[in-house]
Ligand binder design. Structure first.
Ligand code: MN
Length: 194
């Protein structure tokens, strides 16, 4: 049987400070993300998905198997949307930037719209920048483990708005966590997906 491993974090646990603390990352990556990987391995045992890829499970399974597979995928993607603040470009590459400006009027207005969506994503979930079926940019909020790939939308950027992503650093102040997030978005990686 295939066994999934926790993918390595693309930077050190303290690399996103002061915006995301080492304490948050050590729990979020080392406990939450790891638990999803462990649960996924347990739950797929003896099912038709025993030897399936993560994407196949995420796109086709239901219930706990879907939840854990999608959370593994979502967290790995989220880590790869961020980078230490000293290393990031402050804006997307030309092609993506032009598409953002066309859709929202300016990069600042896009960030505002995304922040409003993320702050208003009720309960636990994820807020995404995606390209939709028509290849247009769209901001999408999903609940719990859900992922836009299930609706034929291609993720470019995501923020985790589950409380475990920010509660140790920001307690109930999700908007502050979202404001911090803009300092560590890896626009080079996001632009490469477009
Ligand atoms: Mn999370």
């Amino acid at each position: 049987m295939k066994t999934f491993e926790l993918p390595p974090l693309p930077y050190a646990l303290n690399a996103l400070e002061p915006f995301i603390s080492e304490k948050t990352l050590s729990f979020h990556y080392g406990k939450h993300h790891k638990a999803y990987v462990d649960n996924l391995n347990k739950l797929k045992e003896g099912t038709e998905f025993e030897d399936a890829s993560l994407e196949v499970i995420m796109l086709n399974a239901g219930g706990g198997l879907f939840n854990n597979a999608a959370q593994v995928w979502n967290h790995t993607f989220y880590w790869n949307c961020m980078k230490p603040a000293a290393e990031v470009n402050n804006e997307p590459a030309t092609e993506l930037l032009e598409a953002i400006v066309k859709k929202w009027g300016s990069f600042e207005k896009f960030k505002e719209a995304f922040s409003v969506a993320a702050a208003g994503n009720f309960g636990s979930g994820w807020t995404w920048l995606v390209t939709n079926e028509k290849d247009e940019l769209e901001i999408v909020s999903t609940s719990n483990a859900d992922n836009p790939l299930r609706n034929d939308k291609e993720p470019l950027l995501v923020i985790d708005v589950w409380e475990h992503a920010y509660y140790l650093d920001r307690q109930n102040a999700r908007p502050n966590y979202i404001a911090d997030f803009w300092n560590i978005v890896d626009w080079e990686a996001v632009s490469a997906r477009y």
